[in-house]
Write a protein that binds this ligand. Structure first.
Ligand code: URA
Length: 243
């Protein structure tokens, strides 16, 4: 059972004080019965709540896959910068947040949800959730770069980085840029940039393509998003069922 004012605020009908006045003005009913007490309790699974005669659709959790563009900060609010939450126009829940962090200039897959338990599961280092990126780097990589990434690098933290998988995808002879696929299981601050720095290279472009079982939908243009399917949510919750 939850308070009707919270239920309506969570469903996108405004702030708590806005929905309280909506309720007090007699705009809200449970079935036929008008409710004027913002503290009244309802059962979201059983009660049919209407605002001005239209049924409220309530979801406890929302899950969005965003194709994050460069130039947007991974935060819920920011006084100066555009945030990833500003891009989720159809989100009803007011408690949405990004799961983990991509740098302002990093693009790609970002999960946005209000499911704290799932976020904790995905971010907990002990679960070693794989995150795969494509990195375009400048500088001359050492010949044993793949081994160095696998063995772990000193990037100035207390501990070396965990084993990372590096696959060279391309070397552009014209501009001397190398393209790699990098898979890491941690989420340290600027981790991939600092790993390449540790071997004398500079990341010029970085994009994330997957997180656990979740793959960036190729149909999403930069800045676009879509809801996750229930299958995707289930797969994210279980470590071993990626297909
Ligand atoms: N590693 C980085 O350096 N930056 C990111 O945004 C993500 C991983």
């Amino acid at each position: 059972m939850i308070r009707i004012d919270k239920y309506l605020a969570d469903s996108g009908y405004g702030t708590r004080s806005e929905v309280r006045s909506l309720i007090r003005l007699g705009n809200v009913s449970i079935g036929e019965k008008i409710i004027k007490d913002p503290g009244a309790k309802i059962d979201p699974d059983k009660d049919k709540v209407l605002v001005k005669g239209a049924e409220v659709s309530y979801s406890e959790y929302e899950y969005y896959m965003l194709s994050k563009p460069a130039g947007v900060v991974t935060a819920t609010t920011d006084r100066k910068e555009k945030t990833v939450l500003d891009l989720i126009k159809t989100g009803k829940r007011r408690d949405l947040f990004p799961v983990g962090r991509l740098d302002k200039d990093t693009e790609g897959l970002l999960l946005i949800t209000n499911d704290g338990e799932l976020a904790h599961f995905l971010l907990s280092p002990k679960n070693k959730i794989e995150k795969t990126y494509v990195a375009v780097v400048s500088g001359e990589p050492p010949v044993d770069i793949t081994q160095l990434f696998r063995e772990g690098l000193d990037i100035g933290d207390d501990k070396k980085t965990e084993e990372a998988l590096l696959i060279q995808l391309e070397k552009n002879e014209a501009n001397s840029l190398y393209t790699y696929e990098v898979t890491i299981t941690e989420g340290r601050y600027h981790e991939i940039k600092r790993m390449f720095e540790a071997v004398g290279c500079k990341v010029e472009y970085l994009k994330r393509y997957s997180m656990g079982c979740l793959k960036l939908d190729p149909g999403l243009a930069s800045g676009q998003y879509r809801e996750l399917t229930s299958g995707e949510v289930e797969q994210l919750r279980s470590l071993n069922k990626c297909k």
